[in-house]
Design a protein around this ligand. Structure first.
Ligand code: AMP
Length: 116
């Protein structure tokens, strides 16, 4: 496991990023550099660096990330218009922060899925 990232500090509210959601398993907050009008990160409270580090014991947490995505998409008013959920893994996947996170992106028609 790599060291904790800034996301752990946000989850513990050691830095004052507003939380859109938090429960015992996951937290959600707005991306600091939003690519579209709705750009939210949904993260496990536990530090899991990448999807390669997910274990069977994390299944409830991974599922919770999806149910929170559904709730936040509705709250943001993008549930019917549509949105995209992205989880990047390691270098080729474009991962920058090594604490698993699900991007919730919406608010406009998104382009092609892959920019190569
Ligand atoms: P990824 O490339 O999938 O690892 O995405 C990392 C995301 O974290 C990027 O979209 C960054 O803009 C975002 N990010 C980095 N630092 C912060 C922060 N302090 N608060 C919110 N979002 C952040």
């Amino acid at each position: 496991m790599t060291d904790e990232t800034i996301f752990s500090k946000i989850i513990r509210q050691e830095i004052p990023t507003p939380l859109l959601y938090q429960d015992e398993l996951v937290s959600a907050f707005r991306d600091i550099a939003p690519r579209v009008s709705t750009h939210i990160l949904i993260v496990p409270n536990k530090h899991i660096p990448t999807t390669n580090d997910v274990t069977d014991a994390d299944e409830l947490t991974m599922g919770r990330m999806f149910t929170v995505a559904r709730k936040l998409a509705k709250q943001e008013g993008v549930d019917e218009s549509g949105y995209r959920l992205i989880v990047n893994c390691n270098k080729d996947g474009g991962q920058e922060v090594y604490h698993i996170h699900m991007h919730l992106l919406g608010g406009q028609r998104l382009g092609e899925m892959l920019a190569l």
